[in-house]
Ligand binder design. Structure first.
Ligand code: PAF
Length: 281
């Protein structure tokens, strides 16, 4: 596996691959890999001839009081894991190479960025869309794989490529969970053993919502109250619990195919998100 550190070298590699008539699959990440990331890498390998994983803790998607400085990092472990997955290139640029001092462009996607996580993280999705747009230009992928845990991010990036007529296939990979149901996240390392148990309320809430939908509940406001009550049994602070349409992210009054339960909570100092498309098998 090659490790590439500069955008110019990365683009030179991509140009060569394209000139050879091969396709490129990209997995954008911020590193500290877990089994979920490895599934994304496998998916990219299935979909394209060559696989690039980007590892970049993108400073512009973190708010001032967020965890940029303490975001978990372990480059040597990450590079071993990516290599073992058969990744061709690990692209790990420095922040200065991605954002030289004169850089002053942001990609702003409106509408779908406004609710859910966008409401409490102003500027976050502009940071995500900007870095992903840059990665797409640098790496020239045919497809890019993202986890559905960041369900709003996936919707925002689908909107961006559609709006900009960008010929990149965006692939959403199902959430990968620990055996007890906790959605895998690099941030799970922040949780104490007690908080780790508390965090399972998210998965219990999803189970409850799925059961209610299966037994015919259609009123979103009833389900919202029930899910909130279930989460409030634990020592968590609810940031949001919403039932939204998967494409528009607009709140739904009536539960129907395409309705997603999306939740963000704070457990101790850690913010966790989870979601479920309630009518999927
Ligand atoms: O999901 C993430 O890890 C990040 O938001 C992404 C897509 C790599 C952009 O920095």
């Amino acid at each position: 596996m090659e490790i590439i550190r500069t955008p110019a070298e990365m683009t030179a590699w991509a140009n060569q691959v394209l000139a050879d008539g091969q396709t490129i699959g990209l997995v954008p990440t911020m590193g500290f890999f877990h089994a979920g990331h490895l599934c994304l890498m496998r998916k990219a390998r299935e979909k394209a001839d060559r696989t690039v994983v980007s590892l970049f803790v993108n400073p512009i998607q973190f708010g001032v009081n967020e965890d940029l400085a303490r975001y978990p990092r372990d480059f040597s472990r990450d590079s071993q894991l990516a290599e073992a997955e058969g990744v061709d290139v690990l692209f790990a640029p420095e922040a200065q190479a991605m954002y030289p001092p004169e850089a002053s462009t942001r990609v702003i996607v409106s509408g779908v960025t406004e609710g859910l996580c966008g409401a409490s993280r102003p500027g976050h999705f502009a940071g995500v869309a900007t870095v992903v747009a840059k990665l797409f230009h640098i790496i020239k992928p045919h497809c890019a794989v993202f986890g559905r845990k960041d369900f709003q991010q996936l919707t925002v990036l689908e909107r961006m490529v559609a709006d900009l007529n960008w010929d990149v296939e965006i692939i959403g990979h199902p959430i990968v969970r620990e055996e007890d149901g906790l959605a895998m996240s690099s941030r799970n390392v922040y949780l104490s053993a007690q908080e780790r148990q508390t965090a399972l309320c998210l998965f219990r809430a999803i189970g409850h919502a799925r059961r209610r939908v299966r037994t015919g509940l259609v009123e979103a406001k009833v389900l919202l109250l029930e899910v909130e009550a279930l989460l409030q049994q634990e020592a968590v602070t609810i940031e949001y619990v919403s039932l939204v349409d998967q494409a528009t992210l607009q709140p739904q009054a009536v539960l129907r195919k395409g309705t997603v339960l999306a939740m963000a909570i704070q457990v101790g100092a850690t913010r966790l998100i989870d979601n479920d498309n309630l009518f999927d098998d």
